[in-house]
Ligand binder design. Structure first.
Ligand SMILES: Cc1cc2nc3c(=O)[nH]c(=O)nc-3n(C[C@H](O)[C@H](O)[C@H](O)COP(=O)(O)OP(=O)(O)OC[C@H]3O[C@@H](n4cnc5c(N)ncnc54)[C@H](O)[C@@H]3O)c2cc1C
Ligand code: SF4
Length: 541
């Protein structure tokens, strides 16, 4: 065996790649993890809204193009842990019905080739691994689960509890967001998480967010059979003469080109970069791009229709950790709109510095500072539908081109309308119904939606399915066209559902991990938490 030969190569260390690396690490197989980024430097700036939100210091400086050839500066991050370093850690299961075909106002959301039941055990494992805090049974659309959350839900602070009570009085069923932070509210002096106001969108300075670096990669590389190479950009995958096997992984590292090979190659670069890598790896046997006989690679890009709505109240909102409340009552529709609308949740508490970067329309009699002090900052997500024309391609200059026309927008407008209605019904003890001053879009985006550069929820570009003509991957996430190529990031989604994607990516990586262990002839190790997690779990129960 040469030095550059491995049993498994995993490209990317985010929700998909990081989780898979963790799962395979105890197997004893020689595993190489290739990550284009470095570790997020631990520095006070990690928690500085000016540096993070205004200067976009940690975002990639790479530029892509939109369909009209204009420069696009994607809000995405290349680091060990991928985008989970910066995510809000809201870790949701898809709804059971999301796995079937569903009719939306804007068209059909297609069925998945696996059922909810196939993924359920892996959701449970992923929730344990990422230490999800939640209360089973509160969410009216929650799918059946075989065990409770490993940790109790993160409690609401008083202003959010007040809103939750208001919503409940008006007939809604607000519930606690399942969230992956290492908060121990019963033992605050021992809690790794200090419940701060710079979580969603920020890297955690104290390593207390359950991200793929802290939870998975740091653990995986403790195994001597696992090697992590950072600052290692995979440029292309070359096949053997038959075209059925990835023969070499070509990497740019320290300014030079290196080549690695493995029995199994797993791509997990995020939905946009994974598609770009396959397209850039076109060769004689794969003229349209690797694994692309179907011409599906890069197509069906989805990223959800998201918007941030600020509800301004006369009552201040001194909440520190705001992302605790969620409303799913409109997920599948309502009496007056029988199509799915999506979910209403929160972003981290907005501050005046962050608001200056994308100033909302100012509420009458409010300054930006006052608005930030009085706002409830909602995050609304609706499903966007897979459209083959919404796609990732590579431009003549080699840059990624992202073509996207939003769809199913009526669902999102209805959802915004539902929030408006719900806020009007709030009734505080001091100001009554007059407390609510109105809803304002966080940014003056056209149509009040997050713009194209907001690729946080990217998925769908290398969909899995049973039919090689209409999908790139088989149900085990192996490329139909190749024998040793797998993809485990968000690109396998055939539909985007309307909950945050990361837990489904993690659970699927564990599922594919089990398949790979069988393929590699490894006895499946019993799923294990590390000793510290075991101890923390015992205390919390
Ligand atoms: C601000 C923010 C908040 C979010 N909040 C939530 C949330 O609350 N809940 C939720 O579920 N989701 C959230 N998300 C989305 C979530 O982070 C992603 O869904 C998830 O990280 C995607 O996992 P992935 O494995 O597909 O890709 P990523 O996590 O993006 O990982 C891809 C990795 O591949 C590396 N890479 C890319 N190209 C190459 C290459 N050519 N060679 C080598 N390495 C490469 C990248 O550097 C990266 O490390 C949020 C995202 C952002 C940005
Ligand atoms: S809330 Fe907790 S997990 Fe999030 S950044 Fe702060 S300390 Fe870290």
């Amino acid at each position: 065996m040469t030095e550059n030969r491995y049993d498994v190569i995993i490209i990317g260390t985010g929700a998909g790649g990081g989780t898979l690396a963790y799962h395979l690490a105890p197997s004893g197989k020689r595993i190489l993890i290739l990550e284009r980024g470095d570790y997020v430097p631990r520095e006070k700036a990690n928690w500085d809204p000016q540096v993070v939100n205004v200067d976009a210091h940690y975002n990639t400086k790479e530029s892509w193009r939109d369909k009209d050839g204009r420069d696009l500066h994607p809000h995405t991050n290349y680091y060990v842990g991928g985008n989970t370093k910066f995510y809000g850690a809201a870790l949701f299961r898809l709804r059971k019905a999301d796995f079937g075909e569903m009719r939306h106002h804007g068209g059909i959301s297609p069925a998945w080739p696996i059922s909810y039941e196939d993924l359920e055990p892996y959701y449970t494992q992923a929730e344990d691994l990422y230490q999800v805090h939640g209360n089973r049974g509160e969410d009216p659309t929650e799918p059946p689960a075989n065990s409770p959350y490993p940790w109790p839900a993160v409690s609401h602070e008083p202003r959010i509890q007040q809103l939750s009570d208001d919503f409940a009085r008006s007939g809604l069923k607000p519930f606690h967001v399942p969230v992956g932070v290492m908060l121990d509210e019963k033992n605050p002096h021992n809690s790794r998480c200090i419940r701060c106001n710079t979580c969603d969108g920020f890297a955690c300075l104290v390593g207390a967010k359950s991200d793929a670096q802290v939870v998975c990669i740091d653990e995986a590389i403790k195994h001597s059979n696992v090697t992590l190479l950072t600052n290692s950009l995979v440029k292309r995958l070359d096949t053997d003469p038959t075209g059925r096997e990835v023969k070499s992984v070509v990497v740019e590292r320290n300014g030079s080109s290196e080549t690695y090979s493995a029995d199994v190659v797993v791509v997990s670069c995020g939905a946009i970069n994974s598609a770009a890598l396959l397209l850039r790896s076109a060769n004689d046997k794969h003229p349209r791009g690797l694994a692309n006989s179907s011409d599906i690679v890069g197509r069906h890009y989805m990223g959800h229709t998201n918007s941030v709505m600020m509800a301004i109240s006369k009552c201040p909102n001194p909440t520190i950790f705001q992302k605790t409340l969620e409303v799913n009552d409109f997920y599948f529709g309502s009496k007056d709109f029988e199509y799915p609308m999506g979910h209403i949740s929160f972003v981290g508490k907005l501050d005046a510095i962050t608001l200056k970067a994308g100033a909302p329309a100012i509420a009458p009699n409010f300054t930006l500072e006052l608005m930030a002090k009085h706002s409830l900052d909602f995050w609304l997500t609706s499903e966007d539908l897979p459209d083959p024309n919404n796609r990732v391609t590579i431009g003549r200059d080699g840059k990624i081109v992202l073509t996207y026309t939003p769809n199913n927008l009526e669902a999102h407008e209805r959802l915004q309308g539902k929030l408006k209605q719900a806020m009007k019904q709030t009734n505080c003890a001091i100001h009554g119904h007059e407390c609510h001053q109105g809803l304002f879009s966080r940014n003056l985006y056209v149509g009040q939606r997050i713009p194209l550069a907001g690729v946080a929820h990217q998925n769908g570009t290398i969909r899995f399915g049973k039919d090689p003509k209409t999908s790139v991957l088989d149900p085990n996430c192996k490329a139909h066209d190749l024998d040793n190529l797998y993809v485990v990031d968000g690109s396998f989604f055939p539909s985007s559902a309307a909950v945050n994607p990361a837990l489904t990516i993690m659970a699927n990586a564990l599922r594919v991990g089990d398949h790979l262990m069988k393929r590699l002839g490894v006895f499946e190790p019993e799923y294990k938490r590390n000793p510290q997690q075991e101890q923390e779990l015992a205390v919390s129960r």
